[in-house]
Design a binder for this molecule. Structure first.
Ligand code: ATR
Length: 264
């Protein structure tokens, strides 16, 4: 029987995971199909039981279920447990395992663009689903300081339960930094912009936006105008998918020009 894979989330219409995974499945002659499914909180339990019953072979989880799916899983990988965030699910020895490939996705992206993040001061805007993974990844890469700024301060403070050494500042406060990461949803709509005093931050900083569609948010566009280095989240997305594919199929698919173009 043809193997079935899924990405679940809400909303899910714009997910590019099926495009990427189906491309790699075809390239590697694997008899499987990867679909997307919009679900509600109430569906989580049933979807996970389909993994146990081997009706589905693997699931990617996206916003807003990366944390709320955890109670329905049998085991978490070290990374998923430390971040309380799951984006990849599979069955191993009869147990449903939750893993986090966003961490490796972010790290591989930073290494791919050859930015030396070690010893750097990083300001993160936002405290949503992907932020614990980015923090974990940054700590692993030995940054010197992580500062979080989120509109709802409580959500930033909650992150302190997992990561004791982070600093929290009020939304709108721009601290001194080497690298700044937009992990909010501001910028998804073309006209969205973050109020930010670019002239105050210098011109040799690294601006990273998790958003890759649009390709260049106003956040990145303006940063570039002021002479800073920029990078969007496209390679992070590709690398997290690459890691999930490798786990499920025991094959490392190619990340070539054709793959990267799929997401343009
Ligand atoms: P979730 O929070 O459900 O995981 P997300 O898309 O991962 O969803 O996170 C959205 C992030 O963008 C949050 O940090 C959110 O801030 P709040 O915690 O205050 O909601 C942030 N965000 C979205 N719209 C924003 C806006 N107009 N101004 C400031 N922050 C915004």
């Amino acid at each position: 029987m043809i193997k079935k894979y899924l990405v679940i989330g809400n909303p899910i219409e714009h997910s590019l995971s099926p495009k990427l995974h189906n491309h790699w499945l075809k390239k590697n002659n694997i008899d499987a199909v990867y679909d997307k499914k919009k679900i509600d909180e109430n569906d989580l339990k049933n979807i996970v039981s389909e993994i146990k019953e081997e009706k589905i072979s693997g699931i990617n989880v996206t916003v807003p279920f990366k944390k709320s799916i955890i109670p329905f899983l049998d085991e978490l990988s070290f990374e998923a447990n430390e971040t309380q965030s799951v984006n990849t699910i599979y069955l191993k020895n009869g147990k449903v395992i939750g893993h986090n490939t966003d961490i490796a996705g972010f790290e591989l992206n930073i290494r791919h663009c050859k930015y030396d993040v070690k010893g750097k001061k990083v300001l993160i805007l936002g405290a949503g689903g992907v932020v614990p993974s980015i923090i974990f990844s940054l700590i692993k890469m030995k940054v010197s300081k992580i500062i979080i700024s989120n509109r709802t301060k409580k959500k930033a403070e909650d992150l302190k339960n997992y990561f004791k050494d982070i600093d929290i500042v009020d939304w709108g406060v721009v601290t001194n930094f080497d690298m700044i990461i937009n992990a909010t949803s501001i910028g998804l709509k073309n006209e969205d912009k973050i109020n930010f005093d670019y002239s105050a931050v210098g011109m040799d900083k690294f601006f990273y936006d998790v958003i890759y569609n649009p390709k260049e948010t106003i956040f990145l566009k303006r940063a570039k105008l002021f002479g800073n280095r920029t990078e969007n989240g496209k390679m992070m997305f590709i690398y997290q998918a690459h890691q999930a594919f490798t786990i499920w199929h025991n094959i490392m698919p190619d990340i070539d020009e054709e793959t990267i173009k799929l997401l343009d």
